[in-house]
Design a protein around this ligand. Structure first.
Ligand code: COA
Length: 196
């Protein structure tokens, strides 16, 4: 196992090809996918041949960026995943945070715990000046996670259908974005240092 970081209750480790079934199982819960694509599961072949290989390629690039499996540190169960990575169309000094947890793990502060550890990892890298994350406006759980780790709302926007269709973390069949906006939260290095 290639461990990336540990927190009080979590281990974040590198994903491998062998995790495809766990990732599909996570995405098979409509509640997990609700604010991502309306609740659609990720087909196994898409996970195995498109999404997961793209995630694994992050490990070949410089920097501590990528997608990691989250495991319960005590029990060893797969709880979901976290991500921190450069984003297409953004300056390299800005990196994007993301997370998706199994429903059984919700409500225990675990996403907050993992996201906080990832922000620290991010800002340990001198080239990182800002960490941002986006979420659908009605995804109050995700918004709250970003608020709790010190990120603030910086932008409201209407995602383009093409952006939804090429998210890289789920499948989307809709041609028009749903009603409502997406929100961008962010924290700068200076803000992070003030929290510490
Ligand atoms: C969003 C998600 C990661 C949160 O994980 P989690 O481990 O339950 O998060 P935490 O327990 O650390 O914090 C959640 C916070 O949101 C709050 N919350 C959750 N649902 C809420 C809702 N519907 N309305 C208001 N607040 C809500 C919780 O009360 C908690 O805040 P608190 O500590 O102040 O009480 C998890 O629900 C998930 O994986 N969802 C599906 C995938 C997803 O939407 N990912 C994010 C995409 S942008």
């Amino acid at each position: 196992m290639h461990m990336f970081l540990q927190t009080e209750r979590l281990i974040l480790r590198r994903l491998t090809e062998a995790d495809a079934d766990l990732l599909c199982d996570l995405d098979s819960d409509p509640e997990v996918m609700r604010y991502l694509n309306g609740g659609l599961p990720t087909p196994a072949d898409v996970m195995r041949h498109e999404i997961l290989p793209a995630w694994l390629r992050h490990y070949e690039r410089p920097g501590d960026f990528g997608y990691w499996a989250a495991e319960d540190r005590a029990a060893g169960d797969f709880l979901g995943w976290f991500a921190l990575h450069p984003s297409d169309g953004r300056p390299s000094r800005e990196v994007e945070i993301g997370y998706r947890m199994r429903r059984a793990a919700w409500g225990r502060g675990l996403a907050t715990e993992g996201a906080r550890a990832l922000l620290r990892k991010g800002f340990e890298q001198p080239e990182v000046a800002r960490v941002f994350g986006t979420t659908y406006e009605e995804n109050f759980g995700s918004r709250r996670v970003m608020e709790k780790v010190g990120m603030t709302l910086v932008r409201r926007f209407r995602p383009e259908p093409a952006a939804l269709a090429s998210s890289g973390t789920y499948v989307a069949t809709f041609e028009e974005p749903w009603d409502g906006d997406d929100l961008e939260y962010a924290i700068t290095r200076a803000e992070w240092e003030r929290l510490a």
